[in-house]
Design a protein around this ligand. Structure first.
Ligand code: IMO
Ligand code: MG
Length: 430
C-alpha cells in the first residue's frame, strides 16, 4: 500500500481541506506533516463551516485515524482552543479516540508568538506578513536545537525547561515594542494546555504509520501552505518555515519516498496570496476587488484581505515539477463565472527569451504574458456532470490540460461537499 499526498500548488488557500474531506473516507489515516496553526483548512459540515488549523481534515470521520506528524509544530494553547471549538461545532467528534500526535513534533511556545509579532513590527527585520502564530520561531529554534518537543512534556524537569526558555525570551523582548503579558499568565495558560494535551495519545508516529502501511492501510498526507510558500523552493523570504512539498511529506512523516502513490495538487482557477512577496500576475483595482468579494478571499486564519491574481502557469508547472504531481484538482471555477473574459499567464518574456517554468525568483525585467480567454456565463455551482459545463469553461480546462503535463481530474464548483465534478478528458471536447 502507498501513501497519497494532497498539496497546495500556489500560495495556500487552494481548497485543500474541502478536497481532503471529500476523499478521506477512502483512507484509513489522515496525517499532517508540516506547519501548524498557520494553516486554515475550511470544511463544510451540515451547512456550517469550520476552519481547522492544526487538526487533520479527517477528524470528522470516526473511522479515520488522524495524525499530527513529526514535521509539524504544535502550539498547545491554540490546539486546546481548536479542540474545544471543534466539539462545540460537532458534538459527535471524538478526537481523543481518532487523533494521535508525534512525540517528535516541536512545540510552539508562548514566546514564539510574541517574538513573531516583535519581528513583524520591528523595522530592523524584513516584514513577511506572517500569521503571527510563532511558526518561524518554533522551526528556527528546532534547527538551532534549542526547542522542546511534544515528548519532552513527560520529562521530570519539563516545567523548568519551559520556564527557562520563557524567561530568556522575555529578557530578549524587553525593550522591544511588544506589549508583554505577565510571564506567569502565559506560562500558566501554557501548562494548562499541556495538561489538556495529556488526553491525547502521543507516540512514535513514524512507526505507527509504517506499520499501518505494511498492514495494507491507506494513508493520506495533508499538506499545509503550498509550493510557493515552501522554505526551499518558494518565494523566499516571503515563505513559511517548513517543507510544504511531497518530499516534505516523506520527511515529515518518516515514510520512504518509495511508498508514495498519488500526488494530488490543488490549484485555484486564479491565484491568491496573503502576506508580502512577489506576485507577478496580481490584479489590482475593481476587478481584483470583485473577485476578492465573490470568492470570499479573506484569510480564514487572520481575516486579512487576500491579494488576487490570474492563474500563473509558469509557477504552476514549476510546482507540478518539484512535487511530481499526478493529478490536478482545480478549485473555485464558479467564482470566475459571469466574467466577460478571464486571463492566464502562459509564460514570462525576457529581452532575450522566455521563461516557461519558474517560481520563487524572477529576473527583474521578466514580463508576464497573459492570454485572454472567453469567460463563461451562468451558475455552474449546482451542475452534476462535467459534460454540462459551459463550452468556454471546457475550453479553459482543455487549454490547461494541454499546457500542464498532468490532467485535471476534478473541478470544484462551490464550497459545499458535493460541489465537485469528476473531469474526464473526453467530456472536455466540444
Ligand atoms: P493553508 O494551509 C495561505 C503565509 C502567511 C505569510 C507566510 C509566512 O491554509 O493554505 P507564517 O505564519 O507561516 O510564518 O507566515 O506564509 N501563510 C499562508 N498563506 N494559507 C496558509 O495556509 C498559510 N500559512 C502561512 O500569510 O505570507
Ligand atoms: Mg487556508
Amino acid at each position: 500500500m502507498n501513501m497519497d499526498i494532497v498539496l497546495g500548488l500556489q500560495w495556500g488557500d487552494e481548497g485543500k481541506g474541502k478536497f481532503i474531506d471529500l476523499i478521506s473516507e477512502d483512507y484509513d489515516i489522515a496525517a499532517r506533516f508540516n506547519g501548524g496553526a498557520n494553516a486554515g483548512h475550511s470544511i463544510e459540515r451540515n451547512g456550517k463551516r469550520i476552519t481547522l488549523k492544526s487538526l487533520p481534515s479527517g477528524i470528522f470521520m470516526k473511522d479515520v485515524q488522524n495524525v499530527i506528524g513529526t514535521g509539524t509544530v504544535l502550539d498547545p494553547v491554540s490546539f486546546r482552543k481548536e479542540i474545544l471549538n471543534l466539539q462545540l461545532f460537532d458534538e459527535t467528534v471524538q478526537p481523543e479516540k481518532n487523533l494521535i500526535i508525534s512525540r517528535k513534533a516541536h512545540f510552539v511556545l508562548p514566546t514564539h508568538r510574541l517574538v513573531d509579532v516583535f519581528m513583524e513590527e520591528n523595522p530592523d527585520y524584513t516584514t513577511i506578513g506572517t500569521t503571527k502564530n510563532g511558526i518561524a520561531q518554533a522551526y528556527s529554534n528546532k534547527i538551532l536545537r534549542q526547542n522542546l518537543r511534544v515528548g519532552d512534556m513527560e520529562l521530570p524537569d519539563f516545567k523548568n525547561r519551559v520556564e527557562q526558555i520563557l524567561e530568556r525570551d522575555y529578557r530578549l523582548l524587553a525593550g522591544g515594542n511588544v506589549v508583554l503579558p505577565p510571564l506567569e499568565e502565559i506560562s500558566s495558560e501554557f501548562f494548562e494546555a499541556v495538561d489538556f494535551l495529556k488526553k491525547f495519545t502521543r507516540t512514535e508516529t513514524e512507526i505507527f504509520l509504517n506499520t499501518a502501511l505494511s498492514e495494507g492501510k491507506r494513508i493520506l498526507a495533508e499538506g499545509s501552505q503550498a509550493a510557493m510558500l515552501d522554505i526551499d523552493h518558494g518565494t523566499y523570504p516571503y515563505v513559511t518555515s517548513s517543507s510544504t512539498t511531497a518530499a516534505g511529506a516523506s520527511s515529515g512523516l518518516g515514510i520512504s519516498p518509495k511508498k508514495v502513490g498519488e500526488i494530488f495538487g490543488i490549484a485555484k482557477a486564479y491565484c491568491t496570496r496573503v502576506g508580502n512577496g512577489m506576485f507577478p500576475t496580481e490584479v489590482f483595482g475593481d476587478l481584483g476587488e470583485e473577485i476578492r468579494h465573490k470568492g470570499h478571499e479573506f484569510g480564514s486564519n487572520t481575516g486579512r484581505p487576500r491579494r488576487i491574481g490570474w492563474l500563473d502557469l509558469p509557477a504552476l508547472r514549476y510546482a507540478i515539477m518539484i512535487n511530481g504531481v499526478t493529478q490536478v484538482i482545480l478549485t473555485k471555477a464558479d467564482i470566475l463565472s459571469g466574467m466577460e473574459s478571464v486571463a492566464v499567464c502562459t509564460h514570462y518574456e525576457l529581452e532575450d527569451g522566455t521563461i516557461e517554468r519558474i517560481a520563487g525568483t524572477l529576473p527583474e525585467n521578466a514580463r508576464p504574458v497573459l492570454k485572454s480567454m472567453e469567460g463563461w456565463e451562468g451558475d455552474i455551482s449546482s451542475l452534476e456532470n462535467a459534460s454540462d459545463l459551459p463550452d468556454e469553461l471546457k475550453e479553459f480546462l482543455s487549454f490547461l490540460n494541454r499546457e500542464l503535463d498532468v490532467p485535471i481530474t476534478y473541478l470544484s464548483i462551490g464550497p459545499g461537499r458535493n460541489q465537485i465534478l469528476k473531469i474526464k478528458e473526453l467530456e472536455l471536447v466540444k
